[in-house]
Design a protein around this ligand. Structure first.
Ligand code: NAD
Ligand code: UDP
Ligand code: UDP
Length: 344
């Protein structure tokens, strides 16, 4: 439903051409807001926002958030940062700069404008956890010098900056700790587990299980996650988070593979590969805080979200064929009837 004009805001979404960012923008446009998307197109693509480009309430600026940005907005969602391990480890120094310098610049912008700012943090701040499920008061177990550290420590430092700007400059902040999220518009070649398994199954290739496959993750459908981010942004000013946003249904990676096999009917089976360094053994959010403070609960089970995601990747394969998909810059138009809102 479109909002009344007087509640319309100008909203900046950094990382808006990425997987989560583009869905967030669809939602904000559908809610009647003006959206400024800022992205350097490192892992995001113009195809993700193509459908918005002629929209009168949408604007795009190609810009790297590690450099200062002077614009006028009422609210900021800071999502800019590669999220898949193969992407964030490709140029780890740039990943840390994006999290840290990017946060400083966006916080400086929010400070000048006296506007609310939300940070897309991550369950990776808990590292390889000794506490299960993870609640927000757990401080985590993170290797500071490993291959994942550019992302984990970058995001931890960004949280520190958000809380210091809040305490020192009285800035209104919101920090979301996002757990594994999946759905249409994930890049088919981004290396994350859902896209890998589904693409392998659809191409008739064996599914690659890293390590034993007994490590666990919990998977949140994208639409639920976006709903959580918007609820957090709109929550009372004294609620800063950090707050976990994720689906508490926990699955062993091997179980995810079995579900993909069942839903796609692939006969290619499983193959094993070495477990990446510092791969967390288990991960599941305690979402009590989100439930009580935001009245938020994920509504989409894996049994509902996985078939929609498989349908999306099937459409991608039909559209482009298997050989074209390893290019990071390729992203298909979102097929209709995916249960995902396009901009109005
Ligand atoms: P994504 O890679 O699809 O999107 C990230 C976007 O940020 C891309 O469009 C990329 O081009 C842009 N970007 C990267 N560096 C930039 C820079 N220096 N300046 C401007 N733009 C830049 O990933 P995603 O899954 O959409 O993740 C979005 C955010 O959510 C990230 O901050 C990520 O850390 C966080 N997050 C995502 C998940 C998940 O499961 N998807 C889980 C935890 C946290
Ligand atoms: N900044 C920005 N846009 C603005 C205001 C600030 O990009 O509208 C950046 C600028 O690079 C600055 C950083 O945010 O260095 C932090 O700003 P802050 O005011 O906190 O500190 P400063 O470095 O200006 O003392
Ligand atoms: N994984 C896997 N096979 C793949 C890709 C990932 O077994 O082809 C495993 C990976 O080792 C990890 C889990 O799936 O244990 C989730 O990986 P992903 O990269 O999606 O996200 P993470 O939660 O590790 O950041």
């Amino acid at each position: 439903m479109t909002r009344l004009y007087d509640s319309r805001k100008r909203i900046l979404v950094t990382g808006g051409a990425g997987f989560l960012g583009s869905h967030l923008i669809d939602r904000l446009i559908a809610d009647g807001h003006d959206v400024l998307c800022v992205d350097n197109l490192f892992t995001g693509t113009k195809q993700n926002i193509d459908h918005l480009c002629s929209h009168p309430r949408f604007e795009f600026i190609r810009h790297d958030v590690t450099f200062p940005l002077y614009v006028e907005v009422d609210e900021i969602y800071n999502l800019a940062c590669p999220a898949s391990p193969i992407h964030y480890q490709h140029d780890p120094v740039q990943t840390t700069k994006t999290s840290v310098h990017g946060a400083i610049n966006m916080l400086g912008l929010a400070k000048r404008l006296r506007c609310r700012i939300l940070q897309a943090s991550t369950s990776e701040v808990y590292g390889d956890p000794e506490v299960h499920p993870q609640a927000e008061n757990y401080w985590g177990r993170v290797n500071p010098i490993g291959l994942r550290s550019c992302y984990d420590e970058g995001k931890r430092c960004a949280e520190t900056l958000f809380f210091d700007y809040h305490r020192q400059h009285d800035l209104e902040i919101k920090v979301a700790r996002i757990f594994n999220t999946y759905g249409p518009r994930m890049h088919p070649a981004d290396g994350r587990v859902v896209s890998n398994f589904v693409m392998q199954a659809l191409k008739g290739e064996p599914i690659t299980i890293y390590g034993t496959g007994n490590q666990t993750r919990s998977f949140c459908y994208v639409e639920d996650l976006i709903d959580g981010l918007v609820k957090l942004m709109e929550s009372p000013g004294d609620f800063t988070g950090p707050v976990n946003l994720g689906n508490p249904e926990e699955f062993a990676i091997r179980e995810l593979a079995e579900r993909v096999i069942e839903l796609t009917g692939t006969r290619a089976g499983l193959t094993s590969a070495p477990l990446p360094a510092d791969d967390p053994r288990q991960r599941c959010p305690d979402i009590t805080l989100a439930r009580t403070k935001l009245d938020w609960l994920p509504k989409t089970s894996l049994a509902q979200g996985l078939p929609r995601t498989i349908a999306y990747f099937r459409a991608v394969l039909t559209e482009r064929g298997a050989d074209d998909l390893n290019d990071w810059s390729y992203r298909p138009a979102l097929p209709t009837a995916m249960g995902i809102r396009q901009g109005t």
